[in-house]
Design a protein around this ligand. Structure first.
Ligand code: ATP
Length: 418
């Protein structure tokens, strides 16, 4: 039995706005599952439906295997933590933390002061116990809010971007604390964020959403190493995965060429990867290469290296990112970086939605005029150099390609398994 089950859950808001589109997903007992996606993709709506603050328009929500669509929030034994920490301003830290226990929702055998003391200790705020919220920093306030949610030991934690109002250093610190605390309590957690670092570092499993649709779900390694769609590939990782359009040409019994225009990479014909890609002979596919799959070399092997000229570079202290003009075409999935995510709420035009993921955040009229797909543009192949290696604009560079580390996507943006 799973802690939370969503079966084909959809949510349509008034005005016919589709916020969640037939989402099916399970959260196992004791699991820390992170819902990851850009702003406006429907993550909070999923969380609010699990909390009972919104009712699904369609589909089923089960909690511990029981139908829960109509269950009032107070009967769900769930604690919700938001990005704004609504503490009681007139109460001390200790009273804030202990408040749920005084309301009679105490599950444990401990006395209230003991439970509050233990919780404050676990959160590193024991010395602040007599202060009022106004005398605390943002990070300290969020710890108190965490403590108040954790103290009554609910079975389910629902957290909506709890760290997004904190500065970078505090966020990193609290990331570790939150995940170790909820694991210690053996609670199930559904955690919403748009921050891939939070997702990859905290989660047992990550579910990536885009425009109301679940794109991929798996362990952090699985979604990073084997992204199910081109969108997930581009969303996870810094710098963003290089995604190049390539035509597949099969030279029977010799090799399978990935033709980028003037240059090609070759996969051996007598190998599973070559065979899998060969099915797309004569078609365009998208080849994904993370920066870590590329390394500059003095001389490249034919079919296993790419040449180009440095268009520009960025020094990042610990590394230099080099952007190489290679005369190929890059593909930017809809909703990623280079163009605005038009699913965002508000009155912006939403003309470019559509294709595989049409309908999200749109009225029927907008859906009809939708016309979308990924953007294509001249490729800048991005790779890393150690900071001390000099580089200059216009410089010719050859990079060796780690052929085992390539990703392939079909014209619908779906992963081609090799
Ligand atoms: P963020 O990270 O910015 O909070 P999100 O991924 O959590 O975004 P949601 O808040 O779930 O996204 O919103 C998904 C879509 O549903 C958006 O297009 C939003 O405008 C719309 N939406 C959310 N709540 C309502 C509502 N009460 N009425 C109408 N539309 C809504």
């Amino acid at each position: 039995m799973t802690a939370v089950t969503l079966k084909n859950v959809s949510k349509v808001f008034p005005g016919d706005t589709l916020a969640v589109d037939s989402l099916s997903m399970e959260v196992n007992h004791g699991e820390f599952l992170v819902l990851l996606g850009p702003s406006g993709c429907g993550k909070s709506t999923v969380l609010r439906m699990v909390a009972g603050l919104e009712t699904p328009s369609d589909g089923e929500i089960l909690l511990d295997g029981e139908y829960a669509n109509d269950l009032p929030p107070r009967d769900r034994n769930a604690a919700m933590i938001f990005q704004t920490f609504a503490l009681y301003p007139h109460m001390s830290v200790g009273d804030n933390i202990g408040f749920p226990l005084k309301l009679g929702k105490h599950n444990g055998a401990q006395s209230v002061p003991d439970a509050v003391g233990d919780m404050a200790g676990a959160l590193g705020i024991s010395d602040l116990i007599d202060r009022k919220p106004s005398q605390l920093s943002g990070g300290q306030q969020q710890r108190v809010a965490m403590g108040r949610a954790l103290v009554r030991r609910p079975k389910l934690f629902l957290m909506d971007e709890p760290l997004s109002n904190l500065d970078v250093g505090l966020r990193a610190e609290l990331r570790t604390e939150i995940s170790s605390l909820v694991r210690r309590h053996d609670a199930t957690t559904l955690y919403v964020t748009h921050d891939q670092t939070e997702a990859l570092t905290m989660a047992d499993r990550v579910a990536v959403m885009r425009k109301g649709v679940l794109q991929d779900v798996g362990t952090p390694d699985e979604v990073y190493e084997r992204p199910a769609t081109m969108y997930v590939a581009a969303f996870l990782g810094t710098p963003r995965m290089n995604l190049l359009e390539a035509r597949v040409n099969v030279f029977l019994d010799r090799y399978v060429a990935l033709d980028f225009g003037d240059q090609e990479l070759r996969l051996p014909w007598h190998d599973l990867r070559g065979r899998a890609v060969a099915r797309y002979h004569g078609e365009n596919i998208v080849v994904g290469m993370r920066a870590e799959a590329l390394a500059p070399v003095a001389e490249g092997h034919p079919g296993q290296s790419i040449q180009g000229r440095v268009r520009f570079y960025e020094h990042h202290g610990h590394e230099t990112l080099v952007f190489l003009d290679i005369g190929a075409t890059a593909v930017v999935p809809d909703g990623i970086g280079d163009k605005p995510d038009l699913a965002r709420s508000g009155s912006k035009p939403r003309r470019r939605l559509g294709g595989l993921f049409s309908g999200f955040g749109q009225t029927p009229a907008e859906r009809r005029e939708a016309d979308s797909g990924p953007i294509r543009k001249p490729a800048d192949l991005v790779f890393r150099l150690p900071p001390h290696i000099p580089v200059s604009a216009g410089q010719p560079i050859t990079v060796a390609v780690h052929m085992d580390a390539l990703h392939y996507f079909d014209k619908y943006g779906k992963r081609i398994d090799v």
